[in-house]
Design a protein around this ligand. Structure first.
Ligand code: NAD
Length: 443
C-alpha cells in the first residue's frame, strides 16, 4: 500500500529526484526502509499541523557511498562498499553506529539512520540520526585487514563526520577497538587528538564507563518498567533471546540475575534450549571463546524456526532487523517483546501483536541505552571530565525511565501501541525543530 502511494507521489512529480530515489529503494519489498516509511505513515494522523513537514523524515538529508580499497595480507587488492547516511540533523549532530556485515546496503543504512533520528528524539538527546556501514564479513578478515579497512573507510567519510557534525559508534560487527581506529585516523587527518568524534571507544581513550553494557541494560530497564505496568513479574518469567552479542548477552544476564529463566538463545551458529534456564554468564564466556552459542554444554540444540514457538513470557530479538514476520507474530508465545535489535518487527506483524495483546517495547526506546551513554561519553569528552560508573548508570536509568513513562502515557492518551506513541513524541520534537529552523533559502 505504501509503495502504491509512493509511486503516485513520484508520478505527480517526475522532476523530484529525491522522491524517485526514495521510491526505488522503497520498492525493495520488505526492506528496512519500507518498514520505516510504513511506521512514519502510521504516525501522520497524530501530528496535526506538523504533518506538512513530514517529507523531511521520508528523505535522508545526506547519503554518501564510498569505495574502500584494501590491500589484503596476500598482497591482492579488494574493494568494499561503504556508506554513511545522515538522515536528519534538525536537532543536532548526527549520531549512529557503524555496521560491518555482509548484508549492509544503502537501503539498510538509510533505515538504521532514520531510526536513530527517531531514537535520539524520543530520548530528547541533542542529536540527529545517522548510520554507517561496510558490506563485509569481518570474520573473514585478519585483524590487520580489518584495521586497514576501518582506517580507509574513516578517511573516505572524514569530511562529513566530527564531534559537531556526526559522531559514529559501534554496531553489529564493530566494537571499541574499531572505534579506536576511527578516532585515531580522524585525529591524524585533523592534526590533533579528537576523542569526541566517536563514542563506544575504549575507556582509556576517552570512552565512558558503562557504555559496553548500556544497551543491554536499557533493554532490561525498559522491559522491567513495562512488565510492571502489565502485571508481569520478572522473577520466574521465561525469556527467549535472539542474538547473544553485545546487546542480547548483557540483557539476558540482567534478566537472569533478577530471577528470570533464560530458556532459549539463538544466534548465527545455532539455537539452544534449556527449560530450567541457561547459565547466561557461562554462555557469554562460551560465545567469547567459540564465536557462538552452538556447542554450549547443558542445553539442547533445536531447529532455528522452533525459536519462535518457544514458551516464554518475554522475547528479546537482539540480532538483526526483519525477524518478526506476520507468520511468526501469529504464533509466538510471549506477552512482552523487547526490541533490542533495530527494526526486528515488520509493520504487519506489529498489528498482529497489537491485536493479540502482546506488548512490544519498540527499538527506538528499548535499545536506546547505548546512544544515551554515548551522549554521556560525548559530553565527558567535550568537558574532559569523567563520571563514575554508578553516576552513569543512575543517569541512564533515570533518562530511560522518564522516556518510557512518557511513551506509555502518550499511548494511553492516544489509544495506540507503544511504537506509535514513541514516534508521535519523536516526530513532534523533530518537526517542531524543522519548523522553527525554516527552509533555506526561502521564497
Ligand atoms: P553484535 O555483533 O554484538 O551481536 C549480534 C548478534 O546477532 C550475534 O549474537 C550474532 O550471532 C547474532 N546474529 C547475526 N545474524 C543472525 C541470524 N541470522 N540469526 C540469529 N542471530 C544472528 O551486535 P549488537 O551490538 O549486539 O547489535 C545487535 C542489534 O542491536 C542490532 O540490531 C543493532 O543495530 C542493535 N543495537 C545495538 C546497539 C549497541 O550499542 N551495540 C545499540 C542499539 C541497537
Amino acid at each position: 500500500m505504501i509503495s502504491e502511494q509512493l509511486k503516485a507521489e513520484a508520478n505527480h512529480n517526475k522532476q523530484d529526484f529525491a522522491v524517485e530515489t526514495h521510491l526505488s529503494y522503497a520498492q525493495q519489498n520488505n526492506s528496512a526502509w519500507m518498514t520505516y516509511l510504513a511506521q512514519i505513515e502510521r504516525v501522520k494522523p497524530f501530528l496535526g499541523d506538523l504533518t506538512q513537514y513530514i517529507d523531511t523524515l521520508k528523505n535522508p538529508k545526506r547519503a554518501l557511498i564510498v569505495d574502500v580499497p584494501v590491500v589484503m595480507d596476500d598482497g591482492s587488492i579488494r574493494h568494499f562498499e561503504g556508506y554513511r547516511v545522515q538522515h536528519n540533523l534538525s536537532r543536532g549532530p548526527g549520531k549512529g553506529g557503524i555496521r560491518f556485515h555482509p548484508n549492509v546496503d544503502l537501503n539498510e543504512v538509510m533505515a538504521l539512520s532514520a531510526w536513530m533520528t527517531i531514537k535520539t528524539a524520543v530520548l530528547n538527546l541533542p542529536f540527529g540520526g545517522a548510520k554507517g556501514g561496510i558490506r563485509v564479513d569481518p570474520r573473514q578478515l585478519s585483524d590487520a585487514e580489518l584495521e586497514r579497512l576501518t582506517r580507509r573507510y574513516t578517511s573516505e567519510v572524514s569530511h562529513i563526520i566530527g564531534p559537531q557534525k556526526d559522531i559514529p559508534a559501534p554496531d553489529v560487527g564493530t566494537n571499541p577497538r574499531v572505534m579506536a581506529w576511527v578516532m585515531d585516523t580522524y585525529s591524524i587527518e585533523q592534526g590533533h587528538t579528537v576523542t569526541g568524534v566517536v563514542t563506544g571507544k575504549p575507556v582509556h581513550l576517552g570512552g565512558s564507563l558503562g557504555r559496553v553494557k548500556a544497551t543491554g541494560r536499557g533493554v532490561f530497564v525498559t522491559g522491567c518498567q513495562i512488565a510492571q505496568k502489565i502485571g508481569l513479574p520478572i522473577a520466574g518469567s521465561r525469556v527467549a533471546v535472539q542474538g547473544f552479542g553485545n546487546v542480547g548477552s548483557e540483557a539476558a544476564i540482567l534478566f537472569a540475575e533478577t530471577g528470570a529463566k533464560v530458556v532459549c538463545v539463538q544466534d548465527h551458529t545455532g539455537t539452544i534450549f534449556n527449560e530450567a534456564g541457561l547459565n547466561t554468564q557461562a554462555l557469554q564466556q562460551h560465545v567469547q571463546q567459540h564465536g557462538g552459542v552452538a556447542g554450549f554444554a547443558d542445553a539442547t540444540e533445536i531447529e532455528a524456526e522452533a525459536f519462535w514457538d518457544v514458551q516464554a513470557e518475554i522475547l528479546i530479538p537482539a540480532a538483526l532487523e526483519g525477524q518478526i514476520t506476520a507468520e511468526r507474530a501469529e504464533k509466538l508465545q510471549a506477552r512482552l517483546v523487547l526490541e533490542g535489535a533495530n527494526g526486528p518487527t515488520y509493520p504487519e506483524a506489529d498489528d498482529i501483536l497489537h491485536r493479540r495483546g502482546v506488548i512490544v517495547v519498540p527499538d527506538v526506546i528499548c535499545n536506546a541505552g547505548g546512544v544515551t551513554v554515548s551522549y554521556f561519553e560525548w559530553v565527558q569528552d567535550m568537558s574532559s571530565f569523567f563520571w563514575s560508573e554508578t553516576e552513569i548508570n543512575q543517569r541512564l536509568d533515570t533518562i530511560m525511565r522518564d522516556a518510557v513513562a512518557d511513551v506509555w502515557n502518550k499511548a494511553q492518551e492516544k489509544n495506540c501501541n507503544l511504537r506509535t506513541s514513541a514516534y508521535i513524541l519523536a516526530c513532534e520534537r523533530i518537526l517542531m525543530a524543522r519548523k522553527e529552523r525554516g527552509i533555506y533559502p526561502g521564497k
